[in-house]
Design a protein around this ligand. Structure first.
Ligand code: AMP
Length: 221
C-alpha cells in the first residue's frame, strides 16, 4: 500500500470534506491539517488569533490571507508534515492562498488537488443537521432529538452544533465559496492538476473514488 502523500481537498462546506479527510489521513498515515480546526482551537485557547478569528467565523467571512498563509506555512514546517506529507482541508480558500502555497511547497510539491463536488442545495441540508466534536473534529449527522452535547465515539469529547452552522452563516459561507474559493477550480484546472469527484454518492463510494484518484496521481508514469 502507498503511504505518505501531499493533498489539497477543496469543496463547499458540507460536502463531507472533513470526514473524508480524517479517513484519508488514517489511510495514508499523514496529518489532517484543517485550517478551520486550527482556528477553532485558537478560539478555545483565547489566543490573539482566536479572538480575531471568532468574530470572522461567526459572521461567515474569511480570515485574512496573510494570517492564514503564515499559519499554514508554519504548520507545514513541522516534522510530521515534512516527513510524511499532509491533507490540507480548508486551505487554500482563495487564489492568493493557492499562489502562496505553490511557493511554500516548491521543494515538496503537492501530489493531487481534489474537488469534492456537491450541489449547493444538498449541502445546505447536510450542514443544518451537522454536529461536530469540539475536541477531534469528527462530524456526525443529527436525526433530531439527541442530547446536546452528545459524546464523541472517537475521543469522548462533546459533540455540538458549530456556532457557524446557522442558516444565515451557511448561506453567507456558500456565497463566499462561489466568489472566493471556486476560482481555485480554474486555477488548478488550467494547470491540469485538478480531479473533480462527485460527492453526492455514499461516503464509502466517495472514499473509494478519492483513494483511487490519489493512488493514480502517485503511480510512476
Ligand atoms: P471550516 O471548518 O473549514 O468550514 O472553516 C471555518 C471558518 O474558518 C471559515 O468559515 C472561515 O471563516 C475560517 N477559515 C478556515 N480556513 C480558512 C482559510 N483558508 N482562509 C480564510 N478563512 C478560513
Amino acid at each position: 500500500m502507498i503511504t505518505g502523500v501531499r493533498l489539497i481537498i477543496i469543496g463547499r462546506q458540507g460536502a463531507g470534506k472533513g470526514t473524508q479527510c480524517l479517513r484519508m489521513s488514517r489511510h495514508y498515515v499523514v496529518p489532517h491539517i484543517s485550517t478551520g480546526d486550527m482556528l477553532r482551537a485558537a478560539v478555545r485557547e483565547g489566543t490573539e488569533l482566536g479572538r480575531l478569528a471568532e468574530q470572522v467565523i461567526q459572521a461567515g467571512r474569511l480570515v485574512g490571507d496573510e494570517i492564514m498563509i503564515g499559519l499554514v506555512a508554519e504548520r507545514l514546517q513541522q516534522d510530521d508534515a515534512r516527513n510524511r506529507g499532509y491533507i490540507l482541508d480548508g486551505f487554500p480558500r482563495t487564489v492568493a492562498q493557492a499562489e502562496a502555497l505553490d511557493r511554500i511547497s516548491v521543494d515538496r510539491p503537492i501530489d493531487a488537488v481534489i474537488d469534492i463536488d456537491v450541489p449547493r442545495d444538498m449541502v445546505i441540508a447536510r450542514i443544518s443537521s451537522r454536529r461536530t466534536c469540539r475536541d477531534c473534529g469528527t462530524n456526525y449527522t443529527s436525526k433530531g432529538g439527541e442530547h446536546s452535547p452528545w459524546i464523541c465515539d472517537s475521543c469522548g469529547g462533546d459533540v455540538v452544533q458549530r456556532a457557524d452552522d446557522t442558516p444565515d452563516a451557511i448561506n453567507q459561507r456558500l456565497d463566499l465559496y462561489e466568489s472566493q474559493t471556486s476560482p481555485l477550480l480554474d486555477y488548478y484546472g488550467r494547470q491540469g492538476r485538478l480531479t473533480v469527484i462527485d460527492g453526492s454518492a455514499s461516503p464509502d463510494e466517495v472514499f473509494a473514488r478519492l483513494t483511487s484518484a490519489v493512488d493514480a496521481s502517485r503511480r510512476p508514469s
